[in-house]
Design a protein around this ligand. Structure first.
Ligand code: HEM
Length: 371
């Protein structure tokens, strides 16, 4: 029996390279937003605990500065998750639809879990406003976010294992069981979550440059943000190497001669190392500026993009070894729709730029917390 359901009878409406390019860019943006959320929650907890232990208003205000932005960043996570989901469905439909159905209940539970995470983030901010510790709200928000990430990691690895599908369907036709037996699932999940300290760190470093923060708050954000970025980069580097070593032999051999994998992998390693250096520099020197802050964020994004390209090469090599070659999809491009899409994409970028410039001119909010 063929491992994958028959390919869709409708050809894909744009070239594979274009769909892939858009999917990779939007996925790198999605991962960046996920990592800012994970890292911000960790830093909120850490700065809040330090602030209360030392009775330091600067640390508490730094924690509040990060917490206040969480609900907005969650909207980025979701909105930037939708485009890669659509591209993945079009390109890998027979694989990703099958795995999603097989973990149906878990997959659907992402929606209530997202709502719970949002609520807990708003409660975190409300606790600060009411002069209470937001520790349990932020802690449970972090747990929920980690849980959602795990469901995504399960689905993205199960879609690569058609050999496991029949047994899973027999064991639970309702899709109640989580997949087991893939050595890369947990590593892949940990890799994205370890990006939390890295991206959350560079995010804190960027925010530390806001002129209306007191020098104490700026220093607290710089110190914790810098060390966090260094720790995240080290963790991600180790996990990346472990993921590559955990691949089956046939995939490892295919990756050895794969240019995209090599370029993506090295781009990740080099830029993650630069982020680590930049983080350590700012943590030790305690000084920074908008240029260094923006450079950190851009480097972290390039590291993400590199890892996303390498991850995509691993997926294609795995699926090809099992009889699904994404580059062989039948294509019938609908160029008028593609052109309209690209035009709207540019309009969207212009609108985002305009919104950001309006935001920059707005009256600064109050970020001070009293004990
Ligand atoms: C707090 C919420 C979320 C977290 C923590 C999260 C985390 C993750 C993680 C860890 C992965 C990588 C899995 C792997 O490769 O093993 C992933 C992939 C992905 N996520 Fe999210 N995610 C979240 C929300 C969303 C939402 C709401 C959407 C869509 C509406 C989304 C769309 C995607 C897609 C499409 C992929 C894989 C794309 C591909 O492989 O081409 N995510 N996410």
């Amino acid at each position: 029996m063929a491992p994958f359901p028959h390919l869709d009878p409708i050809p894909i409406p744009a070239p594979v390279w274009l769909m892939k390019a858009l999917s990779l860019i939007t996925l790198a943006l999605h991962f960046s937003a996920v990592m800012i959320v994970v890292g911000s929650l960790l830093l909120v907890l850490c700065l809040n605990a330090t602030g209360r232990r030392r009775r330091s208003e600067a640390h508490l205000s730094a924690s509040y500065t990060l917490a206040k932005r969480l609900p907005v960043i969650m909207t980025w996570v979701i909105n930037l998750g939708v485009p890669p989901l659509l591209f993945a469905q079009v390109l890998y439909g027979p694989a990703i639809y099958s795995s999603s159905v097989l973990i149906g209940v878990l997959w659907f539970s992402v929606i209530p879990l997202l709502m719970l995470a949002y609520w807990l983030m708003y409660r975190t901010v409300a606790a600060f406003d009411a002069k209470r510790s937001p520790a349990w709200q932020a802690f449970f928000a972090l747990l929920v976010v980690l849980g959602i990430g795990q469901i995504y990691a399960m689905n993205m690895t199960l879609m690569l294992r058609p050999e496991a599908w029949q047994a899973m369907y027999k064991a639970s036709p309702l899709g109640l069981k989580a997949p087991t037996g893939d050595p890369t699932t947990t590593l892949r999940w940990l890799f994205v979550m370890a990006g939390g300290p890295l991206f959350g760190g560079v995010w804190a470093l960027l925010l530390s440059n806001m002129a209306y923060l007191t020098p104490g708050v700026q220093a607290a954000l710089r110190r914790v943000g810098g060390w966090s970025a260094l720790l995240g980069a080290a963790l991600q580097g180790v996990l990346a190497l472990r993921i590559v070593h955990a691949q089956p032999k046939v995939v490892g051999e295919a990756l050895a001669g794969n240019t995209l994998f090599t370029v993506g992998g090295y781009a990740f390693l080099v830029t993650a190392a630069l982020v680590a250096l930049l983080g350590a520099f700012q943590a030790l020197r305690g000084r920074g500026n908008v240029v260094i802050g923006t450079a950190g964020l851009l480097l972290a994004f390039v590291a993400n993009a590199g890892s996303v390209v390498a991850r995509d090469a691993i997926r294609d090599a795995t699926l090809k070894a099992k009889g699904f070659d994404v580059w062989n999809r039948v294509e019938s491009s609908n160029w008028s729709v593609v052109d309209l899409f690209l035009l709207l994409f540019v309009v969207m970028l212009g609108t985002v730029y305009w919104l950001l410039s309006v935001m920059r001119k707005a009256t600064p909010p109050s970020e001070q917390v009293t004990l």
